[in-house]
Design a protein around this ligand. Structure first.
Ligand SMILES: Cc1cc2nc3c(=O)[nH]c(=O)nc-3n(C[C@H](O)[C@H](O)[C@H](O)COP(=O)(O)OP(=O)(O)OC[C@H]3O[C@@H](n4cnc5c(N)ncnc54)[C@H](O)[C@@H]3O)c2cc1C
Length: 161
């Protein structure tokens, strides 16, 4: 809902394709999208493939989940918005995360609960999730790692910033 509302500032029309009839977005975000005249809805559809013409996006083929009927939705731009679950399942039981899977760091640093393991980027940021904040914390993590290695017994490590 957030992405659709945002895109509607630049696009003449935004069509939401979603696999179910229900949405999990907060009510306030749903209401905002439903009240937005530029947004139209194509619910209960599964995207099958992006269709091109003259080397450009021409549309997206979707399947109606109730009737299995396929339909081409014509458009010249496609944006994916498939949720905000951090990909941290593989760290389960090893690094401390919050209840939604974001890695927990000591505020203002990239330190995790394990000495020598640092987290940066979206995976530890459930608030901003932007390229610039990810790059910023990436730099913080590199500096934290360098300091850790300088102060640790491992002598033959080096990193390039
Ligand atoms: C549609 C969309 C539009 C956006 N627009 C903007 C924008 O306009 N401006 C802006 O600032 N930000 C924007 N963002 C947010 C921005 O893309 C992210 O904040 C940024 O990419 C986060 O960087 P990251 O390095 O933390 O994570 P990512 O860029 O997600 O990189 C994580 C990498 O880790 C890899 N990976 C995942 N699991 C594993 C694993 N188990 N083992 C090895 N590798 C793994 C992934 O394949 C990926 O390459 C947008 C995001 C989306 C989805």
């Amino acid at each position: 809902m957030e992405e659709a509302n945002y895109l509607s500032k630049f696009a003449s029309e935004v069509e939401i394709i979603h696999r179910r009839n229900d949405l999990r977005a907060s009510k306030i975000m749903q209401d905002r999208a439903r009240e937005n005249d530029k947004i139209s809805w194509n619910l209960n559809k599964t995207p099958l493939k992006i269709v091109s013409k003259d080397n450009k996006v021409h549309g997206i083929m979707v399947k109606n989940n109730e009737t299995d009927q396929e339909q081409l939705v014509e458009t010249d731009g496609i944006f994916l918005a498939i949720g905000h679950n951090p990909n941290t399942e593989f760290l389960k039981g090893q690094i401390k995360t919050d209840e939604t899977g974001y890695i927990q760091v000591t505020p203002g640093t990239t330190e995790t609960n394990i000495p020598g393991v640092y987290a940066c980027g979206d995976v530890q940021d459930n608030r901003y999730r932007q390229a610039i904040t990810a790059a910023g914390t990436g730099c913080m993590a590199a500096l934290d790692v360098e300091r850790y290695l300088e102060g640790s017994a491992i002598q033959d490590w080096s990193i390039t910033l």
